[in-house]
Design a protein around this ligand. Structure first.
Ligand code: GLV
Ligand code: MN
Ligand code: MN
Length: 394
């Protein structure tokens, strides 16, 4: 709740975009809490924050747990923040009970998970997982042209540690489900098995600015009208396959003047499916449709795929450690697949990884009204600490 106050919104959510002053404030508070819990804090070149609680055998690779502190523009209090603070709470609980573990336990806050300010999402865990070069990631810019490198330096989180390249025994991430399944099934814990594939596109449409009063309808090259057709088609494609997801989340018309026909338009497309082939089919339909619209409307359409995240299957041994911990704690649980992307998806490329979901009210997320009960969040944290002990003592 203290972190949620940093960038608090009118309806009870948080607006704390990556690498803004508010993100810095949340990071500073998190670092202070970690130091108060006796952890040693390290920042890497992507601004990822690691807080280490030593193990009894410091020669062993550590177990890592965390998530992200950045939010969507109209984000909730729990997406990401819960996983970071559940890991901190696990460390505090170990301290209070004087429990030592063989392996060190590290808490992590990954930079820019959301991808709202800098695309693509999960970029800093992506560098850690070897999916992106650090130079590529640091050069990503927001809509105003500020790069991640500049903004990391500005807020004082451009660390010196190399990004990844070190051994981890395991990675665990606790997170709200962000969907309606656990609540509908009356389960407290979702044992996450994996995550679906995603492809992101940027679409730039170029027509011609023209006068709204004098230009006859048959002489227009209205980029926004073409964009509108694409928006509707994206939605149709998402509905046309079982388990499909397709979204236009961002749209900018130019010059955005009420009596000028928009000569330019920019929009983003987010498509997801558990099956790579089905997802590829969805994106092929989008490409073909856009080409048709371009020739029918006399508008140029540049459709560019900027991100592909393949589906992820989490490590069997880590998933079993979560399952055993839930059983030990006695919470109602079920296996579940993640519809959202998570830092765990990239960390899974370089370390055994798994996730723990707890329900969120009405399945609502990426919304200021996002909510979860204290009891469910505590249950998720308890499963996390039990699983951390298991993996850290192996
Ligand atoms: C992450 O927030 C996602 O969009 O899945
Ligand atoms: Mn998240
Ligand atoms: Mn999110």
């Amino acid at each position: 709740m203290a972190i949620a106050q940093i960038g608090a919104t009118d309806k009870g959510g948080s607006r704390r975009l990556a690498l803004t002053d508010l993100d810095r404030e949340a990071r500073d508070l998190f670092v202070r809490w970690c130091e108060e819990a006796g952890c040693v804090v390290t920042i890497d070149r992507m601004g990822n924050i690691f807080a280490r609680r030593a193990g009894t055998d410091e020669s062993l690779p550590p177990v890592l747990a965390g998530s992200h502190l950045d939010t969507q523009p109209n984000g909730g209090k729990f997406d990401g923040v819960f996983g970071v603070l559940a890991a901190l709470e696990a460390v505090r609980a170990l301290n209070e009970h004087r429990i030592e573990t063989n392996r060190a336990i590290e808490i992590v806050d990954w930079t820019n998970e959301e991808g709202s300010r800098f695309a693509p999402a999960m970029i800093a865990s992506g560098v850690f997982g070897g999916a992106f070069e650090v130079e590529y990631a640091l050069a990503r810019a927001d809509v105003d042209g500020n790069t991640m490198a500049e903004e990391l330096a500005r807020i004082g989180y451009a660390g010196e540690a190399p990004v990844g390249g070190r051994a981890l025994a395991a990675y665990l991430e606790a997170h709200i489900e962000q969907g309606p399944i656990l609540e509908a099934e009356a389960k407290t814990i979702g044992v996450v098995q994996g995550a679906q594939a995603q492809r992101w596109f940027e679409v730039t449409l170029t027509g011609q600015d023209a006068h709204a009063g004098t230009t006859p309808m048959d002489r227009r090259r209205d980029a926004l009208v073409s964009a509108a057709s694409i928006v509707t088609e994206v939605d149709r494609i998402g509905r046309s396959v079982a388990d499909g997801r397709a979204t236009v989340g961002m749209l900018q018309a130019s010059p955005n003047s009420r009596n000028t026909i928009p000569g330019a338009c920019f929009l983003t497309v987010d498509m997801r499916h558990p099956d790579e082939d089905v997802l590829l089919g969805m994106t092929t339909e989008l490409r073909e449709y856009s080409a048709g619209i371009a020739s029918d409307h006399g508008v140029e359409i540049d459709l560019r795929e900027i991100w592909h995240a393949p589906p992820v299957v989490f490590d069997r041994r880590c998933v079993e450690a979560v399952e055993a911990s839930v059983a030990e704690a006695g919470f109602a649980h079920m296996p579940i697949a993640s519809g959202a992307g998570h830092d765990a998806c990239y960390v899974a490329r370089v370390a055994p990884a798994a996730m723990i979901f707890v329900p969120c009210v009405d399945g609502i997320s990426h919304n200021e009204l996002e909510s979860a009960t204290p009891g469910d969040l505590a249950a998720g944290a308890e499963v996390l600490v039990r699983a951390l002990i298991r993996l850290a003592d192996e």
